[in-house]
Design a protein around this ligand. Structure first.
Ligand code: DGT
Length: 230
């Protein structure tokens, strides 16, 4: 339960180690990451960092997300490079609260999206090598804190329908096969643990449920996210 007493305890915890309890919210496109973050807006002592999609849609007037979907081979490198920058900015942003909830992370950019582009040949091996070197450099040289990963697990066909319904203009031509491949990559990273780096324990949430039922599912994660910071 949120309240002044718990908040006070948390502030003490913060004062002691000076780092917020940091949670990454991960899951396929359309899995409800933004909705999950919004659920936690009711708690005053949490910083919510939603994904910078709007920045990707407007960098000095350029819609990088659109360019990437329209001509992936040409724009993948540019897009991923900007995604990394905006993600790093989120990881490093000073947080005045004891809990920080972030939508996605540098890890999912690397292990899901860049991995997919490399395997499908969209990225030239040389381009992949540069992105991978950047990723390794950042991981070795810059402190990226992670205490918990919330994995919104979905069925590809379910999120595919959601994506079609929400009709974000850039995503109109996204095929089901892409969503299926991204699903496998999330599972490999967060469930099968096939990469060395899974930076925190993973809490799996059934995110196939529709909006009317999902709140109950989200509530199950509240104590893990709120209590651990005390
Ligand atoms: P939500 O709230 O779960 O529905 O989340 P979305 O679907 O708004 O957010 P997300 O991150 O799954 O995807 C936003 C769009 O940006 C989507 O078209 C996929 C794309 N995207 C996100 N991160 C990356 C990335 O690192 N590389 C590529 N190629 N696309 C990305």
């Amino acid at each position: 339960v949120a309240g002044p007493v718990r908040f006070c305890h948390k502030m003490n915890a913060m004062a002691m180690n000076n780092k917020p309890f940091t949670v990454f919210v991960e899951g396929n496109i359309g899995s409800g990451k933004t909705t999950f973050l919004e659920h936690f807006r009711r708690f005053e002592d949490i910083t919510l960092l939603t994904e910078p999609v709007e920045e990707w849609r407007n960098l000095k007037g350029w819609n990088l997300l659109d360019l990437m979907y329209k001509d992936t081979a040409k724009w993948a490198m540019t897009f991923q490079s900007y995604v990394s920058l905006t993600m790093l900015d989120m990881h490093r942003r000073p947080t005045p609260t004891p809990v920080k909830l972030m939508e996605r992370s540098l890890y999912s950019a690397r292990y899901c999206f860049v991995e997919h582009m490399m395997r499908s040949g969209t990225l030239h091996p040389a381009e992949f090598a540069v992105l991978d070197e950047w990723f390794r450099f950042i991981m070795n040289q810059i402190q990226i804190d992670a205490d918990l990963i919330v994995y919104l697990k979905t069925t590809p066909a379910v999120v595919y329908e959601r994506i079609k319904k929400r009709a974000r203009s850039e995503e109109q031509c996204v095929p089901l096969s892409y969503i299926e491949e991204l699903h496998k990559l999330h599972e490999d990273w967060l469930v099968n643990r096939s990469h060395a780096e899974c930076p925190a324990p993973v809490l799996v949430i059934d995110a196939d449920l529709d909006l009317s039922q999902i709140t109950e599912e989200y509530k199950k994660s509240e104590h893990q996210i709120l209590r651990k910071a005390v």
